[in-house]
Design a protein around this ligand. Structure first.
Ligand code: KG4
Ligand code: ZN
Length: 336
């Protein structure tokens, strides 16, 4: 079965083609990501209208290239998977309406995919190692920080999430207040390489709470207060702040994930979302879970940030097609 995956929930226009069988790990044939990040860097963040307009420009060329690179065409595609939410309404609409149109014209099944599950299912692409259930999933992106318990495919329980800013949002906002380029996550990771993570002692919000909730907005305020006390902010200090911020976010994410993994006695932990590209988070989760004999699965860095491959991959395990007339974008959908 060949699946075309379309993802346009935020500032990336993505299309990918995957091949495989239902309920088995699919093979990646092509994965095209067209990012409008450089435009948003100029404004220090995403302006939804601008993002949506960029989606319109790129969606058709992106799908064409994904088909070309996979040596397929719409005739031999067996199904179209598309992100229907959560995300920015204007951006989502572009992908959803394009997918609906293709489904109508070529008479292909249309499979709506929740973006959050897409991030988790990026772990199943080109996978040789069989993933074992039960598993804890941690989705850490620009808009979400969620812990879920996955008992088996399509059997998921939400355990907790952020009460305010998401982890990626904290990276982005702190990056902006330190004068770093957008997006803040990769910029802070880079600066942190030359910094000392012990020089600033920022609060670790909710680290000891016995739930699975997160809160990162206080961290942003703590950094702002620290910066406001300084007469000038030199590069060395910025690097030290970045290292401390990164360590704080990683400490909280690792502790809560370990708590959940132990409580539910899981066999695997699955990471997904843009922040999962962070090397410190990958390394620290890996060494902590190793000690507990729990397997950690993290997609390759290029499949952590938004892409169409994760959307197509989810369709191999969540194959439930809908009539194109009945599908609409749903920016507020959560884990369903
Ligand atoms: O999953 P994603 O591409 O889009 C959303 O669904 O939100 O995640 C984007 C987020 C941004 O907040 C970005 O700063 C963060 O992921 N991010 C990182 C890294 N790469 C991207 N955060 C920390 N370290 C990174 N290397
Ligand atoms: Zn995402």
């Amino acid at each position: 079965m060949i699946v075309l995956g379309i993802e346009t929930s935020c500032d990336e226009t993505c299309a990918a083609v995957l091949e495989g069988r239902l309920n088995e790990s699919p093979k990646l044939l092509s994965n095209i990501v067209s990012s409008s990040i450089s435009l948003h860097a100029k404004t220090g963040g995403i302006i939804p209208e601008v993002a949506a307009r960029e989606q319109i420009k790129f969606i058709i060329p992106c799908i064409k290239r994904a088909l070309q690179e996979s040596r397929s065409d719409m005739k031999n595609v067996d199904a179209i998977a598309v992100t229907y939410g959560p995300g920015l309404l204007g951006s989502l609409l572009v992908g959803v309406e394009t997918a609906k149109t293709l489904s109508y014209i070529y008479n292909k099944p249309l499979i709506p995919i929740n973006h959050l599950f897409g991030h988790i299912y990026a772990n199943w692409i080109d996978k040789k190692d069989e993933l074992e259930f039960p598993a804890i999933g941690l989705v850490v992106s620009g808009g979400h920080t969620d812990l879920i318990l996955i008992k088996k495919h399509n059997h998921v329980r939400w355990l907790g999430g952020t009460r305010d800013d998401a982890a990626g949002e904290a990276f982005d906002k702190i990056g902006r207040l330190l004068g770093l380029p957008y997006p803040g996550g990769p910029a802070i990771e880079k600066a942190a390489l030359s910094g000392d993570s012990k020089l600033f002692n920022f609060p670790h919000p909710l680290i000891d709470s016995d739930d699975f909730d997160f809160s990162f907005s206080g961290l942003k305020t703590a950094v702002l207060r620290e910066v406001q006390t300084m007469e000038q902010l030199d590069n060395e200090t910025i690097n030290d702040i970045c290292a401390s911020v990164q360590q704080t976010i990683v400490d909280v994410l690792v502790r809560k994930t370990l708590n959940a993994a132990k409580k539910f006695k899981v066999k695997s932990v699955l990471l997904g979302g843009g922040v999962a590209a962070n090397q410190k988070l990958r390394d620290e989760l890996n060494s902590s879970l190793n000690r507990l004999n729990i397997k950690l699965f993290i997609p390759p860095k290029g499949l952590c940030t938004d892409n169409g491959a994760m959307v197509a991959a989810a369709a191999f395990y969540k194959y439930k097609s809908v009539d194109f007339r009945k599908l609409s974008a749903n920016p507020g959908v959560y884990f369903d």
